[in-house]
Write a protein that binds this ligand. Structure first.
Ligand code: C2E
Ligand code: CA
Ligand code: CA
Length: 602
């Protein structure tokens, strides 16, 4: 049965009536003449199969399409005309249709599927399958059409829409799509991408003097040179005229970007022979980085374009980073941030320990843990350079927590050697202190390492308390309840109020190096130091003098009742092995100078 229904509308487009007609085609299928005519002359191939998928009829057009004769396929399973992956699926589809009456292809409009030809090639075809009951037998009629050409045309169109016909490179449209994807990937994987905007120098001149043909040759040569200096996974595109762009993905280190940019500049400046004339091309390149520079693709392109113009202004045949517009220091900063990010992963941080010695009897009472960055190229980098950067990057909490854990691990080792009286002092950055997890981290570290809380001293700065007094007070009190000691670092440089000093649970004041430096001759410094020591005494706080380099300073401090000192005079910050050695050797603060001038020891 063949049925058709359609809706008719009046002049205004309103539905008017439904017209339908039904044609009984049993006769048609059964009538051999018509059947044969359709099979023989139809342009599309026709294949008749039975319920077991065995081929019953194979039209001449089908023979032409598949390369088999009807004889060769008769009685065979239709799956022989399908490429491997579809063969099993097919049996499932047929079974499902027979069981449920529901089909994916059967009774549905044309579907694009793949067909396997006799010569082994696979081609795309359109397939329509309908069911026909002939007598008591249920048959399926498949109409097939070779759509290779149509598909090719479609692909060609896509190609034209996405690729530059002269160089074969992705064009601007595809480039933007790739850039969007690259940015998404970079966000997901936290990797760096670099975008190069490349403009040939003096292209118009070459084009005008040597002709368009030579210009085209140069563009093709440029495309080749760009490709040979980048990886397969990078995108090289021609945006328009003599403008090209490159996306470098998954960059491990910013120095790689610089290296590739250098290589490209060099390669694009190499002389070439066009139309028998030697020319000396060149290119100006602007470089932007994601995620360091702007965040939107359009802005990245703008930034790179701007940088490219600067490269041009500076004489061409060179590259410029967008960020360099803000000065070389920014460039340096970008590199620093990049290196710091990987420093954590690569375990490039180490701790050094600077001993603190008691003035009363000269023995070592503890050590301050000082962070060091063992940079693969620069060597040991000072924390004064990178701690502020870690703070701005929001990484100080991770690193700071590592410092605390590592310090306590070392303390535990020293305690095992019998040095039970030692304290370890750990610097806590304001950001780290303010993070909600800080208290929990301290508790965890104490539990994990098993060191007594009163052997841990946290060094905080005055400004930390002043910035957010309410929160600081709560946290300081909680830490104190744990038994952890608190010292005020760089004391005298901030603006602690006396009431804070009195009401908060501090244990130690560390007198800033600035006041120790000019001791004992500078009277202001001497007065300040005496005052701080007296103040600490009155508030029942201990004092540590920082940055003691000379015996004269030491004498002054001792005479004025300072409790302990830390400084190059006694020891520079050292590795934990060196520090352990000092402990085992029983090193004490020397109480006499080279001239035998004895410092009184009570
Ligand atoms: P700070 O806490 O005031 O540390 C004392 C600094 O003075 C250290 O510098 C130490 O090497 C230096 N020093 C000690 N004795 C002398 C001396 O006799 N003469 C001179 N000229 N200098 C002396 P360093 O190690 O470069 O640390 C600089 C700063 O970096 C530290 O100042 C501290 O604020 C910060 N820092 C170091 N480690 C960490 C850490 O683990 N976390 C945090 N948040 N900051 C840290
Ligand atoms: Ca400190
Ligand atoms: Ca200090």
């Amino acid at each position: 049965m063949y049925d058709t229904l359609f809706l008719t509308r009046d002049d205004a487009g309103e539905p008017k009536e439904i017209v339908g007609y039904w044609i009984d085609i049993t006769d048609l299928v059964e009538s051999k003449g018509v059947h044969e005519a359709i099979f023989k002359y139809a342009v599309d191939g026709a294949i008749l199969i039975d319920e077991s998928s065995l081929i019953k009829s194979f039209s001449p057009a089908a023979e032409k399409l598949f390369g088999y004769t009807e004889k060769e396929v008769f009685g065979k399973n239709i799956s022989m005309l399908m490429p491997q992956p579809f063969q099993e699926e097919h049996d499932g589809y047929v079974k499902r249709y027979l069981d449920t009456g529901k089909g994916r292809i059967i009774g549905v409009g044309p579907r694009e599927v793949s067909a396997l030809k006799k010569d082994g090639s696979v081609i795309p075809i359109d397939l329509v399958i309908s069911e026909a009951i002939v007598g008591t037998e249920r048959l399926f009629l498949g109409i097939v059409r070779d759509i290779s050409e149509r598909k090719q045309a479609h692909d060609d169109l896509l190609n034209i829409a996405n690729y530059d016909q002269l160089t074969g490179l992705p064009n601007r449209t595809l480039f933007h799509e790739r850039l969007r994807h690259a940015i998404a990937r970079s966000e997901r994987n936290e990797t760096l991408i670099a975008l190069f905007y490349i403009d040939l120098d003096r292209f118009k001149q070459i084009n005008d003097s040597l002709g368009h043909d030579a210009g085209d040759q140069l563009l093709r040569l440029t495309a080749e040179r760009l490709q040979s200096n980048t990886r397969k996974s990078d995108t090289v595109a021609r945006l328009s005229g003599d403008e090209f762009a490159v996306i470098l993905e998954d960059v491990d280190h910013i120095s790689i970007v610089t290296k590739v940019a250098q290589k490209i500049v060099e390669s694009l400046s190499r002389s070439a022979t066009l139309n028998g004339r030697e020319i000396h091309p060149g290119a100006s390149i602007g470089v932007t980085l994601y995620p360091m520079d702007d965040k939107l693709p359009e802005d990245l392109m703008k930034d790179a374009d701007m940088a490219m113009y600067r490269a041009k202004e500076m004489g061409g045949s060179q590259f410029q980073y967008y960020s360099q517009q803000l000065g070389a220091s920014v460039q340096h900063r970008i590199e620093l941030e990049f290196d710091l990010r990987s420093a954590i992963k690569k375990e490039e941080f180490v701790l050094h320990f600077q001993p603190q010695a008691e003035l009363l009897n000269g023995r070592i009472i503890g050590a301050e843990a000082l962070l060091r960055w063992n940079h693969p190229k620069l060597g040991l980098v000072s924390p004064a350079t990178f701690v502020p950067v870690l703070e701005e990057m929001g990484l100080i909490t991770d690193v700071g927590n590592w410092v605390l854990r590592e310090s306590c691990r070392h303390l535990r080792a020293w305690r095992r050697l019998g040095f039970d009286h030692l304290k370890v002092s750990v610097n806590v950055s304001p950001k780290q202190f303010k993070s909600w997890e800080f208290l929990g981290t301290v508790q965890n570290v104490i539990r994990e390492t098993g060191v007594p809380p009163n052997c841990i001293e946290l060094e905080i700065t005055e400004s930390l308390v002043m910035d957010d007094p309410e929160n600081a007070v709560y946290l300081l009190k909680s830490l104190h309840e744990l038994g952890v000691e608190i010292s005020i670092d760089d004391f005298g440089t901030g603006y602690s109020s006396l009431s804070n000093l009195k009401s908060l649970p501090f244990d130690t004041l560390k007198i800033d190096r600035a006041f120790i430096k000019e001791l004992p001759d500078d009277t202001d410094s001497a007065t300040i130091c005496r005052t701080i020591i007296a103040l600490a005494d009155a508030l029942n706080l201990k004092t540590v003098a920082e940055g003691v380099e000379k015996l004269t300073q030491l004498k002054f401090l001792k005479r004025n009742g300072c409790n302990s000192i830390q400084g190059f005079y006694f020891s520079k910050p050292t590795t934990h092995q060196e520090f352990e050695k000092l402990l085992l050797e029983g090193k004490c603060l020397s109480v006499s100078d080279r001239h035998g001038d004895i410092i009184e020891v009570e």
